[in-house]
Design a protein around this ligand. Structure first.
Ligand code: 0L1
Ligand code: MG
Length: 275
C-alpha cells in the first residue's frame, strides 16, 4: 500500500507591502490650516515618513498657499545652527525655512497670543542683503553681499502636538517659523563673531548667550543659507533677510509678557504678547 502523502503545508501568501501614499498638497494644507487656526495637529510621521525632499516640497507648497493669500517672500531662516538648539530639540541636521512678510512683527509691537499654538522665542542675528547670494561662497564673499546686520528675535510655533517632531516633520512645517522681529540695523564693519546677548522676560534674564554659539560665527550660517538656496533653485535676493538661527535654547512665551533681547554693540529688540 502506497504511503499517505503528508498534507502539504501551504505557505501563507506574502502580504503586499502597504502602498506609501504621500499627498504633498493635502499635508501642506493641513499644516497651513493648523497655523491659521492655531490648532496643533498630529505629527505627519505618525502616518507617513516623508523623505527630506518631500518635506521641503510640502514646505514650498505651504508657502505657496500663503503667497496665494497675498504674502510675499522676504527671506529665509536657518534652523539648528547652534548646539543649544540641537540639544533642546534632539535634531542635529541644519534645516531652513522660507520667510514671508506675513511673519514680520513690528519692533516693540504686540503679538496676539491667541493666534499661536504654543509659541516660543529665541535670540538670533539677522542679515540684510544688498545683492543676490547663492551657491558655494566663502565667508568673505557672503559678507560682501550684506548691507547690514541686526539683533533679532524669532517666534517659533510648531504646528505639531506638544512641539514634538521628526526632522522631516519640522522641515515640512517650515522649520516652525511663525514670526520674527528685527532691531536696529547696523553696518557689519566690526567683529560680530562673539557678541554677548541676554534675553529678558519682563526685565528678568531667561537666556544668556553669544553670537559665537551660531556655528562659531554667524556668517557660517549665511554661507550655508546661500548653499541651501542654490540647491533649492531660489537664490537669496537683494533686500532679503536671513535669520541665522537660535543662539540659545528657545523659551516658551506666555500671555501679557514683555520680551526683549539686548545684544552687545548692536542694541535691543523687543515685542510683547497680549493675552
Ligand atoms: O533657529 C532655530 O534653530 C530654529 C529651529 C526651528 C525648529 C524648532 O526649534 O522648532
Ligand atoms: Mg530660529
Amino acid at each position: 500500500m502506497a504511503a499517505k502523502k503528508p498534507a502539504s503545508k501551504k505557505k501563507p501568501a506574502a502580504k503586499a507591502p502597504a502602498k506609501r501614499v504621500v499627498n504633498i498638497n493635502a499635508i501642506a494644507k493641513s499644516l497651513d490650516d493648523a497655523a491659521r487656526e492655531a490648532k496643533a495637529i498630529a505629527q505627519i510621521s505618525d502616518t507617513v515618513e516623508l523623505t527630506l525632499q518631500e518635506a521641503y516640497q510640502v514646505q514650498k507648497q505651504m508657502i505657496a498657499l500663503r503667497q496665494k493669500r497675498g504674502e510675499r517672500r522676504v527671506g529665509i531662516k536657518m534652523g539648528f545652527t547652534s548646539r543649544a538648539k540641537i540639544v533642546q530639540m534632539g535634531i542635529s541636521d541644519m534645516i531652513w525655512g522660507r520667510l514671508t512678510n506675513g511673519m514680520i512683527v513690528e519692533e516693540g509691537g504686540p503679538i496676539d497670543f491667541s493666534r499661536y499654538v504654543h509659541p516660543r522665542v529665541e535670540p538670533e542675528i539677522a542679515f540684510l542683503l544688498k545683492r543676490p547670494l547663492f551657491g558655494l561662497v566663502t565667508p568673505m564673499q557672503a559678507m560682501e553681499a550684506v548691507e547690514a546686520i541686526a539683533p533679532a528675535l524669532e517666534i517659533i510655533d510648531s504646528r505639531y502636538d506638544n512641539f514634538k517632531f521628526s526632522l522631516a516633520d519640522v522641515v515640512a512645517d517650515n522649520a516652525s517659523s511663525s514670526g520674527f522681529v528685527t532691531g536696529p540695523w547696523v553696518k557689519p564693519d566690526f567683529d560680530f563673531s562673539n557678541l554677548g546677548l541676554v534675553l529678558n522676560f519682563d526685565g528678568k534674564p531667561v537666556q544668556i548667550g553669544s553670537t559665537a554659539a551660531i556655528m562659531g560665527h554667524p556668517v557660517r550660517s549665511l554661507v550655508a543659507a546661500a548653499r541651501f538656496a542654490a540647491e533649492a533653485g531660489e537664490p537669496l535676493q537683494t533686500g532679503w533677510i536671513v535669520m541665522a538661527g537660535g543662539a540659545t535654547a528657545a523659551e516658551a512665551l506666555s500671555p501679557n509678557q514683555h520680551v526683549e533681547m539686548e545684544m552687545e554693540k548692536m542694541g535691543r529688540v523687543s515685542f510683547s504678547t497680549r493675552g
